[in-house]
Design a protein around this ligand. Structure first.
Ligand code: 5GP
Length: 193
């Protein structure tokens, strides 16, 4: 549905959830079905593109040097070393882009980045998506078939850590079934219009 900026003042929406929480599918559907226009922030990252990812759409894939230069130029709202040696960050220009388009800026970022955004924008709508269980989480990670076993183990360890921050978010949603999680988040977004 198209946003009516007169009725829906600008908001920043932050969605986090551990790997395997089912976040990616949720994000795609929210963008299609939300009662306001959600403009997904395209993050910068120093990791390599995965098969099927498009530079400038999935991420801005930057070298370590480019990332550091942009950081030094104060171009980032937040950055985090999400995995050892791999940096991710939200460019301030991405939030401006959403504002200019008359939509809400939609950030799908990790817990460290979200805590930083909460400090900068205490009014941000923050949503944490939880997997129904660790078993389901592991199954989902394996089903993606994009990551090696070592990476999956690394990601599972991070899941446990991230879950301990869930209560810092304004809203927590369990992704037991996709439709249920989507409906709950749509209801949350609707309540801020
Ligand atoms: P992936 O490499 O699987 O695409 O993403 C890994 C993690 O990085 C996800 O948990 C995602 O939320 C996080 N992430 C993606 N973009 C950003 C960002 O701009 N900032 C922060 N802090 N985390 C991000």
């Amino acid at each position: 549905m198209a946003a009516n900026s007169a009725e829906s003042p600008f908001q920043i929406v932050v969605l986090s959830g551990p790997s395997g929480s089912g976040k990616t599918t949720i994000v795609e559907r929210l963008i299609r079905e939300a009662p306001v226009r959600l403009v997904k922030s395209v993050s910068a990252t120093t990791r390599s593109p995965r098969v099927g990812e498009t530079p400038g759409e999935s991420y801005y894939f930057l070298s370590q040097e480019e990332f550091q230069t942009r950081l030094a130029n104060d171009e980032f709202l937040e950055t985090a070393e999400v995995y050892s040696g791999l940096w991710y960050g939200t460019l301030k220009s991405e939030v401006d882009r959403a504002r200019l388009l008359g939509g809400w800026s939609f950030l799908e970022i990790d817990v460290q980045g979200a805590l930083r955004v909460m400090d900068l924008y205490p009014e941000a709508i923050t949503i944490f998506v939880k997997p129904p269980s660790m078993e389901v989480c592991e199954q989902r990670l394996r089903a993606r078939k994009t990551d090696s076993d070592a990476i999956i183990q690394q990601r599972l360890a991070k899941v446990q850590h991230e879950l301990s921050f869930a209560d810092r978010y304004r809203h927590q949603v369990v992704n037991d079934t996709l439709d249920h999680a989507i409906q709950e988040i749509l209801g949350i977004l609707d309540s801020y219009r």
